[in-house]
Design a protein around this ligand. Structure first.
Ligand code: PMP
Length: 359
């Protein structure tokens, strides 16, 4: 079996050990005579998996007691709507910090729910080369919340220091960098992330939300969209994505076994540093459009001198066993997504290919 060097942006590579565990348990989970896919979500066998997944999130992210951990469906895109539906109270507005395509999508959906303000944007000639500086933020002290996108998956930018928003709840879409490093959850009112990059398969959305926000959230929306509905039922109000949560459990168990988020951070910084160095050391051929202090450790984007050379690069890399390097269709170029499960040897393959391609 030849596993490729997988640079997909999401769904993306999963740790081999998490997949092998699923393979070995698929036909018979813990001696129950059936797979997790066939278990009732109300039964003891599934319940143990579910609770272990919740515990692993709590442990790895050091989630404080006064936060709920939810496994929802509908992707991060559904949260773009559900966050304002719950937290954008009438008479209030919410601040959005616009840093790229995903922040814009979140803002666009929130506009369908209520009044929003743009507290900052880093758009320059249609591009987003960096994250904003604290002094650029025009925050409303009465806002219902401030929304940021911690890592822009398409633009390749990342907040390295989170903004100070005073007493207003900070809400982050962490879909593409959740658990890339230890994070102080207490700085946030709510964190959400589609699982399909760092946490597991698509179909599960992690929400970590402060309990007082659950309690004070709006009640004039359908029950299924109220955070309190799933919070009161440990995300088992209706049938969750049982297999998705099972596989997320496997992925988090592997992360824990490797030393948790401090180990993830060390490895991620090393991988990203190697690729950015390879780009910067050959300015005649490669160029990263992102300013240095905003560069993402998860999605490394770069350009070659012409789109034709970029196409050749992607084809050549594919022949050498590397997939997923074509930039997002909206921006072109090259994108190497190097999430937690991306192996160091894949990055080494890419760097070697970048050097050879130059020749
Ligand atoms: N936010 C970010 C930062 C993303 O990268 C993505 C997906 N690539 C989304 C939101 C949308 O996620 P989903 O497809 O789970 O709705």
């Amino acid at each position: 079996m030849a596993r490729v060097s997988n640079f997909n942006a999401g769904p993306s590579a999963l740790p081999l050990a998490a997949l092998e565990r699923a393979q070995s348990e698929l036909l018979d989970l813990n001696g129950s005579g059936m797979s997790v896919l066939e278990h009732s979500h109300r039964g003891k066998v599934y319940e143990a998996v579910h609770n272990e997944a919740v515990s692993l999130v709590r442990e790895l992210l050091a989630v404080p007691e006064n936060y709920d951990v939810l496994f929802l469906q509908g992707g991060a895109s559904q949260q773009f709507a559900v966050v304002p539906m719950n937290l954008l109270h009438s008479g209030k507005s919410a601040d959005y910090i616009i840093t790229g395509a995903w922040a814009k999508k979140a803002q666009g959906e929130a506009k369908n729910v209520g009044t929003i303000r743009v507290a900052a944007t880093t758009e320059q000639d249609g591009k987003f080369p960096r994250m904003p500086r604290q002094e650029e933020l025009q925050l409303d002290a009465n806002a219902a919340y401030v929304h940021i996108t911690s890592n822009e998956t398409i633009g390749g930018t990342q907040w390295h220091t989170f903004p100070n928003v005073g007493n207003v709840p900070l809400i982050a879409d962490m879909s593409s960098d959740i658990m890339w490093r230890p994070t102080d959850v207490s700085k946030f009112g709510l964190i959400y992330a589609g699982a399909q990059k760092n946490l597991g398969p698509s179909g599960v959305t992690l929400v970590v939300i402060r309990k007082d926000l659950v309690e004070s959230a709006r009640k004039d929306i359908p029950k299924i969209f109220q955070y309190r509905t799933q919070a009161a039922e440990n995300s088992l109000y209706n049938t969750p994505s049982t297999f998705g949560i099972y596989l997320l459990r496997n992925v988090l168990a592997v992360m824990k076994g490797k030393g948790g988020l401090a180990a993830m951070e060390a490895q991620n910084r090393k991988k990203a540093g190697l690729i950015y160095n390879a780009i910067d050391s050959r300015p005649d051929l490669y160029r990263c459009p992102v300013e240095k202090d905003s560069r993402s450790t998860m999605n490394v984007v770069f350009n070659l001198t012409t789109p034709e050379l970029e196409a050749e690069f992607v084809t050549g890399a594919q022949k050498a066993g590397m997939v997923g390097l074509k930039g997002h269709r909206s921006v072109g170029g090259i994108r190497a997504s190097i999430y937690n499960a991306c192996e160091m040897k894949w990055v080494e393959n890419l760097i070697e290919f970048m050097a050879q391609f130059k020749k």
